[in-house]
Every structure is written in structure tokens, then in C-alpha cells.
Design a protein around this ligand. Sequence first.
Ligand code: BV8
Ligand code: ZN
Length: 252
Amino acid sequence: MPLTPQEELEVALERAAKWLRGSKSVCVLSGAGVSAESGVPTFRASDGLWEGHRIEDVASPDGWERDPALVWNFYNARRANVATVKPNPGHAALVGMEKRWGDRFTLVTQNVDGLHREAGSKNVLEIHGSLRHTRCLGCGAVTNRGLEPLGDAPKCPQCHGRLRPHIVWFGEGLDDDIWMAAMQAADECDALLVVGTSAVVYPAASLVPIARRKGATVIEVNLTRTEASAQADVGLYGPSGVTLPKLVERLS
Ligand code: BV8
Ligand code: ZN
């Protein structure tokens, strides 16, 4: 008699908890799925269209050169969305994990919504940047501007230069120091949790083989199977706002 999905989840949770209980250092790679239950739209659910825009028009250097006002309107809309949402129990469960492993816990996120820090996570590597921050094309200043709308051509208060979103667009390199720290965390961990990501964007998705190469256990937490599933030792399939708290419950 095959297991029901609920029974399968219970078995997987027990296996994942057993591995984690024996882990000395844990790394997490999170994506848009961990914020879905907070009400932040994911990327690929909209098959390449994003809030009505083509991704290459609003999240690429060419799109910025072509129409910076369109790009700012797109990011102001996402800032306004994030201003109305709260972290969900999945974010809180990751805060609980960090309390258990302390500085042997690193949370690498592809998300730019800032909800991990808002939930209380401390050691967060925002490898794709942050909706709250702007970067000045004149003096390079990176400033936390909160989430209030910034208009479609904001200027730097210091040098009056043009401001851009402090976001890594497609075709742009990641911040070297942040990416080095993320690779080191994946290399050194003995358990990698891959949460709420379709694992199609690189170099972020390469953290999975980097962790596996050194023998880390890979635990996938997602609604469905993804590009990373074949590299996972165990999969917890269900909403992360439900499965992550269940996993953390089993750790104590
Ligand atoms: C670079 C900022 C070179 C924007 C982002 C062909 C093949 C391979 C690679 C490439 C290629 N062509 C181009 C590339 C490179 C490209 C890339 O990887 N493209 C992909 C699409 C093929 N990468 C780049 O361009 C990177 N830069 O390579 O530059 C270079 C190098 C050196 C020097 C100079 C240049 C830059 C990548 C960063 C792009 N910026 N974000 C913004 O946010 O405004 S990426 C964007 O996608 C977001 O950050 C997002 O986080 C990320 C990944 O998406 P996911 O988070 O995974 O979200 P998604 O919707 O896909 O999946 C959600 C998942 O959650 C699903 O699995 C779903 O089932 C699950 N889920 C949903 N609900 C729940 C849930 N799970 C649990 N619970 C739930 N409730
Ligand atoms: Zn400036």
C-alpha cells in the first residue's frame, strides 16, 4: 500500500531532522517560494512575465538603459507590495535554526524583499541585492531607503547623481565579497537546505553542487520537484510555512 503524501512527508521530515541533528554547520539557499505565503509573488509562476512586464525589460542593464522610469516604476511597485507584507512561519523557522547553530549557520538568499532580516535572521547574504537599497551612479553610495516610493527618477541626496535599484540584474555579476562568503558557507556546511527556489538561476544554483562536492546532505523544501531535486538526499514537499516549522520542531 503506497504511503499517502502526508505519510511521505512525515517520513521525510524524520530523515531530514535526523541528518540535521547530527550537523555541525548548516547553510540555507532560499528563493521566492519562502516569501510566497507572505504574499510576495514568485518569479516563474508567471512564466517569465512579472507584474505584467517582461523580465528582460525591468531586470536587466539593457532594460534600464532603454527605460529607467519603467524600471523604477516596477521596483516601486514591488517596494509597495513588500511594505504591506509580513514574514511568515517559514522565515521564523529559519530564525530558530540560526539560534541553534549560531555562527555555524548561514542564510544565502536570492530574495530582495528583506523578509529574512525582518523576521530576525542575522547572518543573511543577499546575493541578488535588496529592494530597500539604492545605489548612486555618481558617487556609488549604497543607501537603505526603506520601502517608501522613490518616484521614477530619484536623485542622490549627496551628489545629485542618478540612483538605480541596488539589485543584481540578469547579465550582471554578483558582489564579489558576498558571493565568496556564500560559496565558502556552502563549501564548509555539512547540511544544505534548498528552500523555495526553482534552482534555475546561476550562479546561485551552483551552491548545491558546491555543497554536495564536500559531502554535505542536501535537503530540498519546496511545493514541487525542481532542478535541484535530483541532487537532494531528501525532499520536504509542501508549503515552506508549514514544513519548515515542522522540521524545526523535530530538532529539539
Ligand atoms: C550573471 C534580482 C554574468 C532581480 C535576480 C543560460 C543558462 C544558464 C545561465 C544563464 C543562461 N542565460 C543567462 C544566464 C545567466 C543568468 C541566469 O541564470 N539565467 C537563468 C534564468 C537561466 N544569471 C545571471 O544573469 C546572473 N549574472 O550570470 O552575470 C557575469 C558574471 C561575472 C561578471 C559579469 C557578469 C545574475 C542572476 C541574478 C538575477 N537577478 N533577481 C529582482 O529580483 O528584481 S534573479 C531572480 O530569480 C530572483 O532573485 C529570484 O530569487 C531568482 C530565482 O528565482 P526563485 O527565487 O527560484 O523563484 P522562482 O519563482 O523561480 O521559484 C519559486 C520556487 O518556490 C518554485 O520552485 C516554487 O515551486 C516554490 N514555491 C512557491 N511557493 C512555495 C514554494 N516553495 C515552498 N513553499 C511555498 N509556499
Ligand atoms: Zn551620489
